[in-house]
Ligand binder design. Structure first.
Ligand SMILES: [Zn+2]
Length: 91
């Protein structure tokens, strides 16, 4: 089978063999054994840096809310133990 294989990752692709199966790494995409590195199209995934926000709590204490592409964290007690708090809504 000829054709292009798309490799969506921040790192460039490599080929490796394990138990007779060829994979594109990183990501471990199984591919036919006859493909070459030149058959792989590297779609560079963007690295999104988290952003941090300082929030002043109700008692005047300062907390840091960190926003990641897929989640949000806060270093206050509620944020740490329950995974959500009102500071997260303020950013
Ligand atoms: Zn919080």
């Amino acid at each position: 089978m000829n054709g292009k294989w798309e490799h969506t990752h921040t790192l460039p692709p490599g080929l490796t063999r394990l138990n007779g199966q060829t994979y594109i790494v990183p990501g471990w995409t199984p591919v036919p054994s006859n493909i070459k590195l030149s058959d792989i199209v590297h779609i560079k995934e963007k690295v999104v840096e988290p952003t941090t926000h300082e929030v002043i709590g109700s008692k005047g204490d300062k907390y840091t809310v960190t926003v990641y592409p897929t989640r949000i964290t806060c270093n206050c007690p509620a944020g740490k133990f329950r995974g959500k708090c009102r500071h997260m809504k303020e950013v």
